[in-house]
Design a protein around this ligand. Structure first.
Ligand code: ING
Length: 301
């Protein structure tokens, strides 16, 4: 048994005018609850420190950059890293990254139980569009504000296992999980902000969005015999609803725990990393069963 007790720290809505200090206070309260639950790892959502700002069309670089962190830990987030280290708790944190040379990414970091950052990921699959789209009920301008990630899909050996990260839309693409699966990943951590309705097809509502959320995460877990912990920022931000549904899925693709609300909510489960071994050594023993001579098309185009 290699148990890692994971706390999926779902956040409720963050309004456009809510300061980072207020959000961090909410996150610290969830971290305290995670400590009481004896969690070894806490997982926060994508862009956890601010409202989901890609829904807003902006042109002024200064206005855009206010949503980004120039360093991590930043002044606002340092209390999170300090308390996580005090609690001996690893942490996944999603945030908007502005690099010293002026590049913009939708990023996440993984800190180990000493509070040291051991991994960084930059979102590869950016959904939405880059220019204002009057046809849409609301905007989804991730292609405007972020560059595609340039770090690939690494995995890290920490906390007694092999951990990987991805962000939101990445969880819908099988390649995301397979690239990490081929590196032996045992737990994938992913934060998300998912609008409850499709801005281009308003008939698609929260039920179908929640169905596709479960489907994507369960498939990724099962097909790569890995745990997946997916954590929402949820609820209504300035009138725009987002789904909750944070969930912890085991290597057989079974949902072991799921959020019930669209607010700040901790979902805790003791995950045995050894539960990944059977799948990796039988049905999904990639070395024995995959036939890469037939897979070229998914790399070539
Ligand atoms: N949000 C959404 C997501 O992938 C989306 C965008 C929703 C794309 C539904 C396609 C379908 O969950 C982010 N931030 O990627």
């Amino acid at each position: 048994m290699r148990l890692v007790t994971v706390a999926a720290a779902q956040l409720g809505p963050i309004q456009k005018n809510e300061p980072r200090t207020d959000v961090v206070r909410r996150m610290l309260a969830l971290m305290d609850e995670a400590k009481r639950a004896e969690a070894d790892l806490i997982v926060f959502p994508e862009l956890a420190l601010t409202t989901f700002f890609p829904r807003w069309y902006m042109e002024d670089p200064a206005e855009i950059d206010q949503w980004f962190e120039r360093e991590m830990p930043s002044a606002a987030t340092r209390p999170l890293f300090e308390r996580a280290a005090e609690y001996g708790m690893g942490m996944y944190l999603g945030y908007a990254e502005l690099t010293p040379d002026g590049r913009h990414f939708n990023s996440s970091v993984l800190a180990d139980r000493t509070g040291a950052i051991v991994g960084k990921y930059r979102k590869v699959h950016l959904p939405g569009h880059a220019e204002f789209d009057p046809e849409r009920a609301f905007q989804h301008l991730e292609k405007r504000y972020f560059e595609p990630g340039d770090l690939g899909f690494p995995v890290w050996r920490t906390m007694g296992g092999i951990f990987g990260m991805c962000i939101c839309n990445d969880r819908r693409w099988p390649e995301t999980y397979r690239v990490m699966g081929l590196q032996g990943v045992e737990m994938v951590l992913v934060g998300y902000n998912t609008p409850s309705i499709n801005s281009q097809k308003s008939a698609e509502g929260p039920e179908q969005r929640l169905f596709h959320n479960r489907l994507s995460v369960q498939a990724g877990a099962y097909q790569n015999s890995t745990w997946v912990v997916a954590v929402a920022k949820a609820g209504i931000e300035d009138g725009f609803p987002m789904i909750g549904g944070s969930l912890i899925v085991n290597p057989d693709g079974e949902i072991m725990a799921e959020a019930k609300t669209e607010g700040d909510e901790l979902v805790v489960h003791a995950c045995d990393l050894d539960a990944t071994t059977f799948g990796k050594t039988t049905i999904f023993d990639f070395a024995r069963h995959r036939r890469i001579e037939h897979y070229g098309r998914i790399c070539a185009q």
